[in-house]
Design a protein around this ligand. Structure first.
Ligand SMILES: NC(=O)CC[C@H](N)C(=O)O
Length: 309
């Protein structure tokens, strides 16, 4: 059981909000900096739209790196497991999410995993479609299905802001093109990637996506299969080993659930067989994870025994 009411959950949110003050909002994508640092909202989705909320849970935010796990699920369906993992590894890294260093030293020369920027860019490059627009529409449609939000949109200002400043991500792409990990036009890939990172939704919709993973790929309302079971399992495993960047080990000990964070301050959490969790708290720690969001999950995990270990 989790908190029985919104009021229970709100008490915990109020308890951890002060942790936001110690962190900082991401500003390397200039448009991301336009948020209130102490915002904090959460939704816990059980099934059949049974959900409890706290904070400003209707507020939209962009998925950023959370999109990596969703696009991975689509790429694995498009290309199959062997194709994807011929080009992207399965190992966690102690390096920051945007690090370039291991690309040169890894043998074979491929990104260590799909949750760091290099790996995610390579995965976005695998999405099937005849044009940038067709690939993008397929990503949007897939995310719409998971969130049960017919018209998922993206924040154009955030996407453009990243597109105008993402020199390091471009460098990762060109390096990978040299090593045949990615193919095609790099600017087109950057457009799709920055749009996917700028997909926007609120905590409730994110929590619903978490519930799909919690149910091993089944729609929590209709029971329809949205993600093949073996792919849902691969995604959850990456969330455990790499989902919180180079803080994944500590998070596994302190919280112990599959989760994926983004520099917008979002966290997607999955309590297997039980709940999906969506959190938004834009003040980040030095590794790029939501400070108050992590604290909130630590408290919930302890109180309600979330850990899978
Ligand atoms: N950690 C993140 O959320 C990073 C996503 C961001 N769009 C980037 O590529 O830098």
């Amino acid at each position: 059981m989790t908190c029985k009411s919104n009021a229970d959950l709100q008490i915990i949110v109020d308890e951890v909000r002060s942790f936001s003050e110690k962190g900082a909002v991401a500003d390397y994508i200039p448009a991301l900096a336009k948020v209130n640092k102490t915002d904090l909202s959460v939704a816990i989705y059980e099934k059949n739209n049974l959900c409890i909320y706290a904070g400003d849970y209707m507020r939209n935010f962009t998925l950023q790196s959370i999109s990596k796990v969703l696009v991975l699920a689509l790429a694995l369906q498009d290309r199959g497991v062997d194709y994807v993992f011929d080009r992207v590894g399965m190992e966690p890294t102690g390096d920051p999410f945007n690090s370039i260093s291991k690309l040169e030293t890894s043998i074979p020369s491929k990104p260590l995993n799909p949750m760091i920027n290099a790996g995610a860019l390579a995965v976005t490059n695998m999405i099937k479609g005849e044009s940038e627009n067709e690939r993008w529409e397929r990503i949007l449609q897939f995310v719409s299905c998971l969130a049960n939000k017919p018209n998922v949109t993206y924040d154009v200002e955030v996407a453009n802001s990243e597109l105008e400043t993402a020199w390091l991500n471009r460098a990762l792409c060109y390096f990978m093109k040299q090593h045949k990990v990615v193919e095609g036009d790099i600017e087109e890939l950057m457009i799709t990637y920055t749009k996917q990172c700028a997909i926007e939704m609120n905590c409730f919709e994110l929590a619903r996506i978490g519930a799909v993973f919690a149910l091993n790929g089944l729609d929590p309302e209709t029971g329809e299969r949205l993600i093949p079971i073996h792919i849902a399992r691969i995604c959850k495993t990456f969330m455990v080993t790499c989902g919180m960047y180079n803080a994944s080990g500590e998070f596994a000990i302190k919280v112990g659930i599959p989760a994926k964070s983004g520099v917008s301050g979002g966290i997607l959490g999955v309590v297997p067989e039980k709940y999906g969790i969506g959190i938004f708290g834009p003040s980040l720690d030095e590794k790029g994870n939501s400070m108050a969001g992590i604290k909130l999950l630590e408290i919930l995990a302890e109180r309600y025994n979330f850990s899978i270990f």
